[in-house]
Design a protein around this ligand. Structure first.
Ligand code: NOJ
Length: 543
């Protein structure tokens, strides 16, 4: 790793509800995560990003925070958080926390006070409260839709001034997630304090939720049409990617002057990777997620294009590119690649599982060979598919239950992890799991794959170990494409290392560039300097 550890770090995302449950209540927790840290160290990752574990009514799986300085009792205590950070550091792992500055929970004390005190409450200026349109204010203040479906405004139910004066409040997500008003100096001050609170506790960085959403266009102008935005969408909207957000991050970055080696990662959906680069200028954040990469089909020319445009966009600002294939909001990539290209990121059909896993493994080796930082979502190292057949009554994704439910299938990638072949919830805990696990989970468990040559878990372990040893992997900001690559094959080289990716279904003969380091599907005999690169396979070579 470079001295700026985050430039080529492999960061493992833990979704706390679904990782490991220490107390048998069916929900994962911080002591559970702590007990599995040695597993993550052995896997070979550098850092762990934890989705929110703050006090929360869990209307959106913890992305609805009611107290930013407290741990939700379902997940443990502040002491558990401290112990987790300490143990991680002893094992050489960094811990990145999620921070949710775009909105709070409707149970947050500020919002509750704002409701209780009525329209004249100064607390209302910390959120977006406005009178409605129409004769009796019966229409929302503008036409914005919530990303989870339905209008982005809810009328206050119990305004003391009487129903006809009742205001509306803005929530880009669920009604239980009111948006903060970042024109309010109190909101600014509060978040600077929250950052310091967790930095003092030893956290190594923050993943900023909806980093592009904090500032809304002046006057909150209507958009004028329906079908506005889907989760991870990247259209230009008056509530996203406004230039004013950058001043906030410049201020945040100055806080880190007192905390060396800590980082910020932006979750920012922007129209182009070039716009994403604005978030990682030298005086702003360190990394921004690359959702365009996540959304790219298994196709050599599409992949080459997005790799080039990502590296080209980041180079001028000196930030590392990032690569991600799965997270807690999208269909796992083993299932995405099992379905036809263009199926989106909320897929409801299992598709061709064998093909999906084969491509997922190849895609992972490609991702881990690229310069920059890579994100691994819990369970992808087991080759887990999305659980596409969850019964409606167990689903908890708020967007499933709202209006059109356009993006409501996120529970499928949040099913608790299998650690053992059998037992209550396959080793997740002693008391079942908050979402039902499929019977295939046992054979996909950590126990079932450990030490089994060719298993997906051992492939990840080998890849991450090699990535640490071979300097050509992860480092730098460019790749050299081999222009004689056959059609459908990606081939690039850097620093004594080559990566070849056959995105077609058929084997392709290539001149072996060196010694095979690792293949995503079986061994690869090299005869007379040539090798048949199997279909849907990535091979790493030492030159
Ligand atoms: C993005 C998070 O990743 C997602 O899970 C959440 O629902 C929204 N932001 C709202 O916080």
């Amino acid at each position: 790793m470079s001295t700026e550890w985050w430039r080529d770090a492999v960061i493992y995302q833990v979704y706390p509800r679904s990782f490991a449950d220490s107390d048998g209540d069916g929900t994962g927790d911080l002591p559970g995560i702590r007990s599995r840290l040695p597993y993550l160290r052995d896997l070979g990752v550098d850092a762990v990003w934890l989705s929110p574990f703050y006090a929360s009514p869990q209307a959106d799986g913890g992305y609805d925070v009611s107290d930013y300085r407290a741990v939700d009792p379902r997940y443990g205590t502040l002491d558990d958080a401290r112990a987790l950070i300490t143990s991680a550091h002893e094992l050489g792992l960094k811990i990145i926390a999620d921070i949710v500055p775009n909105h709070s929970s409707d149970q947050h004390v500020w919002f509750q006070q704002a409701l209780a005190e009525g329209p004249d409450s100064p607390m209302r200026s910390r959120y977006h409260f406005l009178p409605g349109r129409g004769e009796n204010g019966e229409e929302p203040p503008n036409d914005w839709d919530s990303i989870f479906g339905g209008p982005a405004w809810t009328r206050v139910p119990d305004d003391p001034e009487g129903r006809e004066n009742a205001q509306w409040y803005l929530h880009l997500f669920a009604p239980e997630q009111p948006d903060f008003n970042w024109n309010s100096p109190e909101v600014h001050a509060e978040f600077l304090d929250i950052l310091r609170f967790w930095l003092d506790l030893g956290i190594d960085g923050f993943r900023i939720d909806v980093a592009h959403g904090l500032v809304k266009a002046e006057g909150l102008p209507s958009i004028g049409h329906a079908e506005q935005l889907h989760l991870l969408g990247n259209d230009v909207m008056p509530f996203f990617d406004q230039d004013g957000v950058h001043e906030i991050y410049r201020t945040w970055r100055r806080v880190l002057a007192d905390y060396p080696d800590r980082i910020f990662v932006a979750e920012a959906w922007t129209p182009t990777v070039a716009r994403s680069a604005n978030y990682v200028r030298p005086d702003e954040l360190h990394q921004a997620f690359n959702f365009e990469y996540l959304d790219t089909a298994w196709d050599a020319s599409a992949l080459r294009k997005v790799i080039d445009s990502s590296l080209d966009a980041m180079r001028p600002v000196g930030a590392p590119a990032t690569w991600v294939l799965s997270n807690h909001d999208v269909t796992r990539h083993a299932t995405r690649f099992a379905n036809p290209p263009g199926s989106g990121t909320q897929i409801r059909t299992p598709g061709d599982r064998e093909l999906g896993l084969r491509r997922a493994r190849a895609a992972t080796l490609l991702m881990l060979a690229l310069p920059g930082s890579a994100y691994v979502y819990q369970g992808e190292e087991l080759g887990l598919p999305d659980v596409t057949d969850l019964p409606d009554e167990v689903r908890q994704d708020p967007s499933f239950h709202r209006a059109s439910g356009q993006d409501g299938f996120r529970d499928g990638c949040r099913v608790p992890l299998p650690w053992t072949r059998s037992g209550s919830s396959y080793g997740f805990g002693d008391g079942g799991s908050w979402l039902p696990q499929p019977s295939s989970w046992g054979e996909l468990s950590v126990e079932a794959q450990t030490g089994i040559s060719g298993s997906t878990l051992e492939l990840y372990r080998s890849a991450l170990n090699i990535r640490r040893e071979v300097p050509g992997l992860g480092a730098g900001d460019a790749v050299t494409w081999h222009d004689e690559a056959p059609a459908g094959v990606l081939w690039f080289e850097r620093d004594g290392f080559a990566c070849t990716v056959n995105t077609t279904k058929e084997p392709v003969r290539i001149a072996a560039p060196g010694r095979v380091l690792l293949s995503s599907s079986g061994t690869l005999p090299v005869t007379d300097g040539s090798a048949d690169l199997p279909g849907d396979t990535t091979v790493w070579w030492e030159l």
